[in-house]
Design a protein around this ligand. Structure first.
Ligand code: PMP
Length: 417
């Protein structure tokens, strides 16, 4: 039976229903937007646009109301308190804010509990996206801390035992992706948060590939910080979220400073507001926030359990599509094991970019390259893979189209001779 997507879901997405010439299998990079999001942004821009949190005009009051109710809805969507959602530019920005805040604390700018000292350890995994790796490399350089990592195996996977083996009494930060954007592996986030807590380390969750696809309850997972991007969850780009437990956010030094973040400023110093305002420096991206509010309303209306059920079926179909083709090697969990609805693969004898071009010529949009995870690709022994990824609007027919095209690719390039 085909995956249970409703035709009316596809009809909600002009970038899908309006493009019958295209099979869009690149939602892990960025998702299409439903009309509800596009019109929420446009209506706000047309009728209600004004600055937020400054001045006392009626227009500002109404825009601020829209801005703050979107925060409440996004917070409820991920199991957070409304003071625990900070607007950022994207997930990259959010992860940098945590790492830079810890660097500021280490430099004596407040938030003593976050301060790192030489010899302290930061733990990541070898599978991390560069956005959840480079900020920690820089933090280690700035503080004299040591960066350690959980190694991955030949398929790009790691286990909680591998992580436990790298944890020490000096681990102060454990940062990891909930769902890998290359392998689709789903990390046991609650267990890792609890292991981190046991050694007195902060847990930082890169929820970029989980917030759009799984029912997510950050409070219940018990992570200290989390980051995700609006543009991967049906929302606009230019908006992301830093989640942090309220008492941590109130103490983390704000790495970026300026207007809207303060209570009192003198020529010598500044006092900062509580979270979330202390982190939202400058004129806020209010239109994008309104769009993200509409995106989570849309997802909640469908129900994340239904989204996940649809994608669980597509994940199986994707794996079958890739694993059934001779000479194509699947990265990530074995067929049959749990994974997100994405599949990265290597076609023997054909460069990923040629595979991508071949699929593109058949109207199939996929992503090729290192997917911002060079260390992982180095471990896999390739410079690039091809990745197909699905979302709630993807159909079984589209996965079948990918399978049929993949069956031809090695022959086309003469790699099967
Ligand atoms: N982490 C993961 C796992 C991702 O997939 C991505 C986006 N490819 C990011 C972080 C960075 O997201 P953004 O570019 O929206 O900041």
């Amino acid at each position: 039976t085909p995956a249970p997507v409703r035709e009316d879901v596809r009809a909600d997405f002009p970038g899908i229903s309006g493009r019958p010439d295209r099979v869009y299998l690149d939602s892990a990079a960025t998702s299409q937007r439903p009309e509800a999001v596009i019109s929420a942004e446009a209506d706000f821009a047309r009728h209600d646009y004004a600055a937020v949190h400054r001045g006392s005009s009626l227009a500002t009051g109404e825009a601020t109301f829209a801005f703050e109710t979107a925060r409440e809805r996004v917070a409820a969507f991920v199991g957070a308190g409304e003071r625990e959602v900070v607007w950022t530019e994207n997930a990259t920005d959010a992860l940098n804010m945590v790492a830079l805040g810890i660097a500021d604390a280490s430099a004596g700018l407040g938030g003593e509990r976050f301060a790192l000292r030489a010899g302290d350890e930061i733990l990541v995994t070898e599978a991390e996206h560069h956005a959840d790796l480079i900020p920690w490399q820089r933090l280690a350089r700035r503080t004299g801390a040591t960066l350690r990592w959980v190694p991955v195996d030949d398929r790009g996977l790691w286990t909680i035992d591998d992580l436990r083996a790298q944890l020490t009494a000096r681990t102060r930060v454990v940062a990891f992706a909930h769902v890998s954007n290359v392998t689709g592996m789903i990390a046991p986030a609650a267990e890792i948060a609890s292991l981190a807590r046991d050694v007195g380390a902060l847990s930082v969750l890169d929820a970029c590939q989980s917030a759009p696809h799984l029912p997510l309850d950050l409070g219940a997972l018990g992570v200290d910080f989390a980051a995700f991007s609006g543009h991967k969850m049906l929302g606009p780009n230019g908006i992301g979220v830093l989640y942090g437990r309220a008492e941590l956010l109130d103490e983390l030094p704000p790495a970026r400073t300026g207007g809207s973040t303060i209570t009192t400023v003198t020529m010598e110093d500044a006092e900062f507001l509580p979270a979330p305002q202390r982190f939202e420096a400058g004129t806020q991206p209010v239109t994008q926030v309104v769009g993200l509010g509409a995106a989570v309303d849309y997802l909640a209306g469908i129900g994340m359990d239904a989204v996940h059920a649809h994608e669980a079926q597509l994940a199986g179909e994707l794996v079958d599509a890739v694993a059934s083709v001779p000479g194509v090697r699947l990265v990530g969990p074995e067929p049959g094991a749990e994974r997100a609805a994405l599949a990265s693969f290597i076609v023997d004898g054909v460069h990923a970019h040629d595979v991508g071009q071949f699929l593109d010529d058949r109207g199939i949009t996929v992503r090729t390259g290192h997917h911002c995870a060079q260390p992982l690709h180095r471990r896999l022994g390739v410079a690039a893979t091809t990745r197909a990824s699905a979302y709630l609007y993807t159909t079984s027919d589209e996965i079948a189209a990918l399978r049929d095209a993949l069956r031809e690719v090695r022959g086309f390039f003469g790699a099967d001779r």
